[in-house]
Every structure is written in structure tokens, then in C-alpha cells.
Design a protein around this ligand. Structure first.
Ligand code: FAD
Length: 405
């Protein structure tokens, strides 16, 4: 039966390989990835692993033996350079080719670099891979000064972990508030206060124009207002861009990500795209977009593996993700695309609350801090698109069960 080639051995690719076998695919499976290790989880790289609370083995999705045991030809440190669709070939960096019947693109995304002076200095880092995380961990510790460029989730998680490791941390953010692209102001303010209480300093509304160094190593971050912020290391966390060049170059439909349908199938019926590299439909919102989250990678791996093995399509899900900082667990469901009202349930000062985003009386998104019932019930309400009673929702003395009833 069909030879399935999976390009990119990350969270999505590794999961798709395992699911194909679980769903009964008997043909050959080849899993090609340019990193030296088997598929692993990235979320702990900025959280538990960075703080030293999780070891390297716990990051792996499956132990290395799993792939051979399940007859999955896993090829680490192997980079694909080009797709030749007419011949159904993947061209590898060493000049060899692999023929596919079905191809799954799971090439993920990469950290966006800042095209500024000194960006190539030693000590100016990104956090995308396990190798990046090793470098970062070696550079932070008691008394070290860490500058984080970008006040998004990864930047804030690195800041919290950096504090836990005893480093001095300053976060430099271009916008006037944290998490500006991804969360509402209530959350921005809450996180800022929480981080400041843990000793993080912030420079908001500031523009980073370059890095200074001595002997090839970074010593400071230069700002547009003329100041230089001294530091021993820098993490640049200003977002990620999809690795969709292979798809683009061979004429697949792309739109900052490979355009796919609800089966994760691209404009070429023999090629699927899943995870961070895919631009996918989100029926709840009647839109297409690209998501960067583990639950999305898992959902799309399921969609592709189901379609390839002829199983019924999996049930739709409401998108969600999480972030851990200090003792805070932030869980987010949905996206507040067209929300016209924000409702806060609980008191942010208590460290346990939820922010609901509504369009009319329909829930679009919930951001829950240390509030699992609000997150779980909210996620259900988003998926079911049921009308909600706003007065009940805003009243923490009414249980979420009752709100969702
Ligand atoms: P990836 O995991 O990036 O895998 C893609 C793989 O393909 C990579 O190994 C890449 O090197 C390889 N590749 C690319 N091009 C080629 C090529 N041409 N040839 C061969 N191989 C190639 N999500 C959450 O939901 N919650 C979190 O708390 C969270 N925290 C995160 C923290 C960090 C530090 C990072 C970096 C991400 C975090 N994410 C989180 C996002 C989540 O990890 C991603 O959404 C997920 O990894 C996407 O899986 P993927 O397989 O699509 O891409």
C-alpha cells in the first residue's frame, strides 16, 4: 500500500507517523527531519525544562526505539531541499531522492530574526529547538543579565524561567503593552504586574535597533532612544514564520502557510500539510488561519492520518493553548476575532480569574488564569456556539456547569 513520506519530524510529523500505524496503515512510512533527535515537545523548552524541572528524555514524544518497532523509517539530521510534484519526489540535501505516494508537510515554523546590527553576535539567541534551549540554559544563571526582546508568550515564559534560575531579566517590547497581538489588556496588565512582583523589569514602547558586543559576544541592546541596556545574553522572541518555502516553490497554494482543507489536504491531493506550517479552515469562525499550538498540531495530524487511512474525519475541536509562568497556568480557548464585549469573571488581584470575549451572546474566546472550569466549560460553549447568559457568566458564585447548562 501507499508510501507515506512525512517531512518535518516535530510535534505534528511525529504524531502523524504514530497515528498512521495506530489507524492501520500498513504501507511504508518515512519520517524525515533535519534535527538530530526524534520528535519532541517544544513547550517545556521555555518552561519546566529550562528551569531544570524536566529532563531531556521526558521531552521526546516517543522513545527512539518506537520508530523501528513500528516500522517507521525515521531519518534524523536529513534536510529536504525541493519537491518535484510531477514525479512525486522529495529531493534531499545530500542529492538523493525519496519517492512518495502521499506526502505530509510538517515543517513547522522558525523564529523570526531581527535584521539589525549585531544580530549575529554570540549570546543573541532564539528559542525554537532543543539545541537553542541548551544554549540558552547555559547562558542564564545567578547574577547573569538576560534581555528578552519581545513580550509575547515565549518571551514572558523565558523571563519567568530566567528569574527562577536567578538571572536579572529585562523584557523589551515594541508595543505599549505585553501580549499585544494575542491577549486583551486585562491580561497584559495582569502579567506585567505579576512579573514585576517577581523582579522582571520592562521597557514598553521601545524599539530595539541593534546589539553591542565585545570580542564577538553581546554586551548590550541598543534602543532607538539612544540608550543601551547592558546584558550578558539576549533571547529574541518576536514571533515565528512558517517553513512553507518548499510548498511555495513547487506551486502549492500558500498564504503565509500551506493552504489546506479540513482533511489537512493541500491544493495537491497527494500532499497534506499539518501543524505550524498549515493555513487551515476554522469552521467555528468561518475563517482560515495559521495556528501555532500543540493542540492544533495534534488535531491536524489526526485529520491527515484519518483521510489517508480512509477513516471518518475526526470531530471538530475548539482551538486552545496554554502558557505557564511562575505558579500561573493560563489556558486559552478560541480566538476573539469579532468580539464586541469583554467580561471578567473573578478578581484578577486574586490570581484566579477568566476573561470572556463575546460576540452578541456567543462566546468567542476565554482566557483563564488558574481557572480550569472556566477554561473547560468555555471551550465547550465556544464549540457548541450556544447563547450564554451573561449575567450568570459574570457571577463567580454561579458555577460554570450552570452557566453552560
Ligand atoms: P515543529 O515542532 O516546529 O516541527 C517541525 C520540524 O520540521 C522541525 O524539527 C524542523 O526542524 C523540521 N523541518 C523544517 N524544514 C525542514 C526540511 N526542509 N527538511 C527536514 N526537516 C525540516 N504550543 C502550545 O500549545 N502551548 C505551549 O505552551 C507552547 N509553548 C511553546 C514554547 C516554545 C519555546 C516553542 C518554540 C513553541 C511552543 N508552542 C506551544 C508551540 C508548539 O511547540 C508548536 O505549535 C508545535 O511544535 C508545532 O508542531 P509542528 O510539528 O508543526 O512544528
Amino acid at each position: 500500500s501507499a508510501h507515506v513520506v512525512i517531512l518535518g519530524a516535530g510535534h505534528a510529523g511525529g504524531t502523524a507517523a504514530a497515528l498512521l500505524r495506530q489507524y492501520g496503515h500498513t504501507g511504508p512510512i518515512t519520517l524525515i527531519g533535519d534535527e538530530p533527535i526524534p520528535p519532541y515537545q517544544r513547550p517545556p523548552l521555555s518552561k519546566a525544562w529550562l528551569k531544570g524541572e524536566a529532563d531531556a528524555d521526558s521531552l521526546a514524544l516517543k522513545p527512539l526505539e518506537f520508530y523501528a518497532e513500528h516500522d517507521i523509517d525515521f531519518r534524523p539530521s536529513t534536510r529536504a531541499e525541493r519537491l518535484e510534484r510531477s514525479a512525486q519526489l522529495v529531493h534531499l540535501a545530500d542529492g538523493s531522492t525519496v519517492h512518495y505516494d502521499v506526502l505530509i508537510l510538517a515543517t513547522g515554523a522558525r523564529a523570526i530574526a531581527l535584521p539589525i546590527e549585531g544580530a549575529d553576535l554570540d549570546g543573541v539567541m532564539f528559542l525554537r529547538t532543543a539545541a537553542d534551549a541548551e544554549r540558552l540554559k547555559a547562558a542564564v544563571g545567578p547574577g547573569k543579565k538576560l534581555a528578552v526582546v519581545g513580550g509575547g508568550y515565549i518571551g514572558l515564559e523565558v523571563a519567568a524561567s530566567g528569574r527562577a534560575l536567578g538571572a536579572d531579566v529585562v523584557v523589551l517590547e515594541r508595543e505599549e503593552r505585553l501580549l499585544a497581538r494575542v491577549a486583551c489588556e486585562v491580561l497584559s496588565d495582569f502579567f506585567r504586574t505579576y512579573h514585576e512582583r517577581h523582579g522582571v523589569t520592562f521597557e514598553l514602547g521601545c524599539s530595539v535597533v541593534g546589539f553591542e558586543g565585545r570580542g564577538g559576544h553581546v554586551t548590550g541592546v541598543k534602543l532607538a532612544d539612544g540608550r543601551t541596556i547592558a546584558c550578558d545574553a539576549v533571547v529574541v522572541g518576536v514571533g515565528a514564520a512558517p517553513n512553507d518555502e518548499l510548498a511555495d516553490d513547487c506551486g502549492l497554494e500558500t498564504a503565509r502557510g500551506v493552504v489546506v482543507d479540513l482533511q489537512a489536504r493541500s491544493s495537491d491531493p497527494n500532499i497534506f500539510a499539518i501543524g505550524d506550517v498549515a493555513h487551515r479552515p476554522m469552521p467555528i469562525y468561518g475563517r482560515m488561519f495559521r495556528m501555532e499550538s500543540v493542540p492544533n498540531a495534534l488535531e491536524q495530524a489526526k485529520q491527515a492520518a484519518s483521510a489517508i487511512t480512509g477513516r471518518p474525519a475526526p470531530a471538530g475541536e475548539a482551538p486552545w493553548q496554554w502558557s505557564d509562568q511562575y505558579d500561573l497556568k493560563l489556558q486559552i480557548a478560541g480566538y476573539a476575532f469579532d468580539a464586541d464585549e469583554i467580561l471578567v469573571r473573578g478578581d484578577p488581584a486574586s490570581g484566579k480569574f477568566a476573561v470572556f470575549h463575546l460576540k452578541g451572546d456567543q462566546l468567542q474566546s476565554v482566557e483563564a488564569i488558574n481557572a480550569p472550569p472556566e477554561f473547560m466549560m468555555g471551550r465547550q460553549l465556544i464549540l457548541n456556539r450556544k447563547s450564554v447568559d451573561k449575567a450568570k457568566l459574570a457571577d463567580p458564585s454561579v458555577s460554570m456547569k450552570e452557566v453552560a447548562a
